[in-house]
Design a protein around this ligand. Structure first.
Ligand SMILES: NC(=O)c1ccc[n+]([C@@H]2O[C@H](COP(=O)([O-])OP(=O)(O)OC[C@H]3O[C@@H](n4cnc5c(N)ncnc54)[C@H](O)[C@@H]3O)[C@@H](O)[C@H]2O)c1
Length: 435
């Protein structure tokens, strides 16, 4: 904690989550249980990881909060919005991710987390039909109502800072439109003109958060803050943004496994990834327009790790396919299969099969926690714009595609970026190479 340029984490941090479904209720329950000493925050980098600082005889391994001033779990207050009125306890029970024994000790606290009415438009998620929804004249009114929610929540709970994170359903794919999403002025004009095609509800949440000085995290693959207008707003108001899409099961494996093929100079002819899952997320993704958003995000991982530009003999024209299939019996216990067709010496083919029986929300909850706490840290460090050091947690890390910038998807490069950023914010040298 040597860096005087990072403000201390004084007071309470309000974490306001859009969507109080499986991921959010698992996240909140885990944090509340951890702060009672009844569970360990396994999988959370901010709570468990240690980073080396110094070299040689001076080297030591410190936790994040020993290097930088982090918000403590005991200082966190939760808020949420959802289309359905269920409180966090009911939502955790409905999701069936956690067993009752792991929820009941914090039942009272969870019951107090009652979702505010959602800023919602059924055209963006046709399979949802809850009625806990705001009545909005237009998209600008939607923004104004959300801003009022954030201000009220902050005042009612005595928070010194707020972070807003999207862990709501994946919206239909909104392709960046360079007549609307290119500048902040155009974005605001479209909101005021009630352009319900180009302005997704998620953009209203993001706009409202940034306008209230709260960092915004996009945990779904929505293009919400992945547009120049939002980058401009984030820079102008000096508030960080991060996204998009929590990197949890199959893509985590992919971003960690593809480097094995790349570093060993093996060739790739195809990578077929398929999943079954049966939670509400799976139901929404069963709709082709919503799946399209996810597909774009999931496909991007491999292409930036194994590139034909670098290795035309090894990675030209490989076939990459990703499928998600809704299969209710599995609920949140997702199963994924990866079939990888590779080739070796003299072009001889080989296959690798990966079968991951994971739990979606168990993997996503710590990622949501880390993204919120680290976005809060970034804000106190005076950072703005896309926080590329958070790429480690994201399936489709945001980057300035208008300038030909490349995303970093390689898990170990992402980890180096994360560690170097923490070191720097802590006043240490960023002393690892990203290559
Ligand atoms: N679990 C994972 O491993 C994982 C990984 C990456 C991304 N995600 C994304 O995280 C999100 C949440 O996943 P989940 O499993 O908790 O889903 P879920 O369906 O259990 O919960 C999502 C909730 O969002 C609510 N919602 C939808 N639109 C809303 C709006 N406009 N305003 C407020 N609430 C709204 C829904 O009513 C629902 O309760 C999804 O977009 C999913 O794709 C999850």
């Amino acid at each position: 904690m040597n860096n005087p340029n990072v403000k201390p984490a004084d007071g309470k941090l309000g974490i306001m989550v859009v969507g109080l479904g499986a991921v959010t209720s698992t996240f909140m329950t885990g944090v509340l249980m951890a702060r009672k000493g009844l569970a360990k925050p396994v999988g959370s980098m901010t709570q468990m990881d240690k980073i080396r600082v110094g070299k040689g005889a001076d080297k030591k391994y410190l936790s994040y909060s020993e290097i930088v001033p982090m918000a403590q779990l005991s200082d966190v207050v939760f808020g949420a919005w959802d289309v359905y009125p269920a409180n966090a306890f009911q939502s955790a029970m409905y999701a069936q991710v956690l067993q009752e024994k792991d929820i009941l000790p914090v039942k009272d606290e969870l019951e107090k987390i009652v979702p505010m009415p959602a800023a919602f438009d059924k055209n963006f998620a046709k399979r949802l039909d809850g009625d806990n929804v705001k009545k909005c004249k237009d998209r600008w009114d939607m923004v104004e109502q959300l801003r009022a929610d954030i201000r009220k929540f902050k005042a009612d709970n005595g928070c010194s800072r707020i972070v807003v994170a999207w862990a709501a359903s994946t919206e239909i794919y909104v392709a960046p439109n360079m007549k609307v999403h290119d500048t902040l002025a155009h974005l605001e004009a479209a909101m005021k003109a009630n352009d319900t095609v180009n302005i997704a509800p998620s953009m209203c949440y993001a706009y409202a958060a940034l306008a209230e000085g709260a960092p915004f995290v996009m945990g779904a693959p929505n293009t919400t803050v992945d547009i120049p207008a939002m980058w401009e707003m984030s820079e102008k108001l000096c508030v960080p943004i991060a996204g998009k899409d929590f990197k949890t099961g199959q893509t985590l494996v992919k971003s960690g496994f593809a480097p094995i093929i790349g570093t060993r100079c093996l060739g790739l002819t195809g990578w077929f990834s398929t999943n079954i899952l049966g939670n509400r997320d799976g139901l929404v993704l069963d709709e082709p327009a919503n799946f399209r958003t996810k597909e774009v995000s999931k496909l991007s991982t491999l292409e930036s790790i194994l590139t034909a530009d670098n290795q035309p003999d090894l990675y030209t024209d490989y076939y990459h396919k990703v499928r998600i299939n809704y299969y209710p019996p599995r609920n949140d216990s997702k199963e994924s299969w990866d079939n990888i067709d590779i080739f070796g010496w003299m072009g001889y083919p080989m296959q690798i099969k990966i079968n991951f029986l994971c739990r979606d929300s168990i993997l996503a909850a710590p990622v949501l926690l880390d993204l919120c706490l680290l976005s809060d840290l970034a804000a106190r460090a005076g950072k703005s714009g896309t926080q590329r050091f958070l790429s480690f947690f994201l399936k489709a890390p945001m980057h300035d595609y208008t300038k030909g910038e490349e995303p970093v998807n390689h898990l170990f490069q992402q980890y180096t970026m994360l560690k170097n950023a923490i070191r720097e914010m802590g006043g240490y040298e960023p002393d690892e190479e990203i290559d």
